[in-house]
Design a protein around this ligand. Structure first.
Ligand SMILES: NC(=O)c1ccc[n+]([C@@H]2O[C@H](COP(=O)([O-])OP(=O)(O)OC[C@H]3O[C@@H](n4cnc5c(N)ncnc54)[C@H](O)[C@@H]3O)[C@@H](O)[C@H]2O)c1
Length: 429
């Protein structure tokens, strides 16, 4: 049951968006511009002050985008404001702990707040990515706290976020199909109607769990396929052909193949995290997931593979990683964003520093970087910075860097993305 539906444009309503980060802020702005009266609730006063001052902290949201043209957006850290809203959309972080377990502390603390603030008739939509089953459990607890029955006295839905920050293909909140599953039909319809005011295509799915599981499966699919290319890369290196040539060739097939690439590792809040949500539920139900387990293990090891390869190349050039000056190019987890969460570059820098290397970085989007409690030196992307280093590691190919390929001045380049044309001193993984 995943046919697209046309939902009539809703009347403007009072909506709370909880968590004004990468996913919540664009949603809050979209809802406000669709005519709703939006309360943006966040616990981070620094972010709220920036928004009140008309400054965006996200690369994808310009300062001028904060000027709402139609409805309204009021931001606050006072949860009392949520007592006034008819619907809330939960967009708080749901990371994993160090050992890969779901860290749902922020999510549960939001439901604590809701237990004190919402009443009969409210709609609660979970947009945060959660392990399948989480929304229903949280709704049941909330119902107990409120003395109300979920689905009857208040409404509950899950509508996962699929945003791909800084994507060049033009996918955004409005044109990315939005999955919506409800705890019952009434909840699903209310959530579909609300979200149809900002998303052109709303895709109803059969339940909360289908929406939750689809989201984590999408990113697990990517993780497994990316790590599969690591294996292909090892094989291609042995044969003496380029893994990228092979993937380019395979990608000419017009059906049944989706190109994934072997980069330096995976980062951000989705691909490294969501497969662990799937695994946590598999453990709960006693289901084995050896393929996903192995993919997670391979992904974790990948930044260390980059460091080992660099050490090997330095050694071939009669240098030692323990005394090398290394310039890491790109530290965000993907080009064009300032987000360094789970970035493989951070792992690479940490491992290099542990081995004694002196590391600097370049990244047009990341003004400051702290790794293992130490501030990493940021340098300009110019020829003199490049030649001051023993080697350059191309990690995150930001457009501004790619447009000025100064790496050719370096004595040794490790290119983890196949950006540089073959030449003296250019090496791949
Ligand atoms: N960033 C992405 O590209 C992306 C894409 C798809 C899905 N998601 C999912 O969306 C959810 C949010 O991710 P994000 O990247 O927007 O996170 P974020 O860290 O950018 O923003 C979350 C915001 O929530 C606020 N917050 C934290 N605890 C809070 C609390 N108890 N009450 C109110 N506000 C609180 C934080 O201050 C922050 O501003 C996560 O589940 C994530 O997995 C993220």
């Amino acid at each position: 049951m995943t046919s697209d539906i046309a939902v009539t444009r809703p009347r403007p309503t009072r909506v709370g968006v909880i968590g004004l980060g990468y996913t919540g802020l664009p949603l809050a702005l979209g809802l406000a511009n669709a005519g709703h009266l939006v309360t943006g609730y966040d616990i981070d006063e620094t972010k709220l002050d920036a928004l009140r001052g008309g400054h965006s902290y996200l690369a994808d949201v310009r300062d001028e985008d904060l000027a709402v043209t139609h409805g309204s957006l009021v931001v606050t850290s006072d949860s009392a404001a949520l007592s006034q809203v008819e619907s809330v959309i939960v967009c708080v972080p749901t990371p994993t702990t160090e050992d890969g377990a779901p860290d749902l502390r922020a999510f549960h603390s939001v439901f604590e707040v809701l237990a004190a603030r919402i009443g009969p008739g409210a709609l609660v939509v979970v947009q945060s990515t959660v392990p399948p089953g989480t929304t229903a459990r949280a709704a049941a607890l909330l119902g107990e706290r409120l003395g109300l029955t979920p689905g009857e006295d208040f409404y509950v839905a899950n509508a996962p976020e699929r945003i791909n920050p800084a994507n060049a293909e033009g996918w955004n909140l409005a044109n990315t199909p939005k999955l919506v599953g409800g705890i019952n039909e009434a909840s699903a319809l209310l959530a579909q109607r609300l979200l149809a005011s900002v998303c052109k295509v709303v895709v109803p799915v059969r339940s909360l769990e289908v929406a939750e599981a689809a989201k984590v499966f999408e990113n697990t699919f990517r993780l497994v396929n990316i790590t599969l290319t690591y294996e292909l890369e090892a094989l291609c290196n042995s044969i003496g052909i380029s893994v990228h040539d092979v993937i380019d060739a395979a990608a000419t097939k017009p059906y049944g193949f989706l190109a994934h690439r072997p980069g330096p590792g995976i980062g951000g809040e989705c691909i490294p995290v969501d497969p662990h949500f799937l695994r946590s539920v598999a453990v709960e139900f006693g289901v084995a997931t050896p393929l996903v387990d192995e993919a997670c293990r391979r992904a974790n090891q990948r930044p260390l593979h980059v460091v080992d390869r660099l050490a090997e190349l330095l050694s071939d050039a009669d240098k030692d990683v323990s005394t090398a000056r290394v310039l890491v190019v790109g530290v965000a987890y993907k080009p064009g964003v300032s987000d360094t969460r789970n970035s493989p570059s951070v792992e690479v820098i940490s491992a290099l520093q542990r081995r004694g290397a002196k590391v600097s970085y370049v990244d047009p989007s990341v003004a400051e970087l702290v790794v293992d409690g130490e501030r990493v030196e940021r340098v300009a992307w110019d020829r003199s910075s490049v030649v001051e280093h023993d080697c350059v590691v191309l990690m995150t190919p930001d457009r501004q860097i790619v447009e000025r390929p100064l790496w050719y001045a370096a004595p040794l380049v490790l290119d983890t993305w196949n950006l540089a044309a073959p030449g003296d001193g250019i090496h791949h993984l």
